[in-house]
Design a protein around this ligand. Structure first.
Ligand code: MG
Length: 155
């Protein structure tokens, strides 16, 4: 058994779609980034890469590469899944936290769970999504960004 941890944060700006866990969420702002800036999926990629000893997301999908411009991060997660399985690992479970002052995550939790599970060929029961605010504190609390963490167990 091996574990990996992933963390990411992106800035919230006007004029961008908000994509979290592969689900488009109606909101007045979206996350800024080279890809679709899906902070939750980026944290999951990093946790899986970390568990498998494969470095990090920036090494494999650099934000200087035009082929990743506006790409769905679920595509990057599916590619990460292939890399992990090519090393003969299987994924046991993925646990995540989204840090956001808004929007409410609850209504989209199921959809995000299904998206993540499908991208890594895992039973949705083995993918967990939690969400919390930061009680108005710090950059996330002020609504300037959204963060995410992930822990993954592979065998
Ligand atoms: Mg990122």
């Amino acid at each position: 058994m091996r574990t990996g941890i992933g963390y990411d944060i992106h800035r919230l700006v006007t004029g961008r779609k908000l994509v979290l866990g592969g689900t488009v969420i109606p909101f007045e702002k979206g996350l800024l980034g080279h890809s679709d800036a899906d902070v939750l999926v980026h944290a999951v990629c990093d946790a899986l890469l970390g568990a498998a000893g494969l470095g990090d997301i920036g090494m494999h999908f650099p934000d200087t590469d035009p082929k990743y411009k506006d790409i769905s991060s679920l595509t990057l997660l599916a590619q990460t899944n292939r890399m992990v399985r090519e090393k003969d690992f299987s994924i046991r479970n993925i646990d995540t936290i989204i840090f956001a002052e808004g929007p409410k995550i609850g209504p989209y939790r199921n959809s995000m769970q299904q998206n993540l599970a499908a991208a890594v060929n895992l039973d949705p029961d083995c993918v967990n999504i939690k969400a919390t605010t930061t009680e108005g504190l710090g950059i996330i609390g002020k609504g300037e960004g959204i963060g995410a963490m992930c822990v993954a167990l592979i065998e």
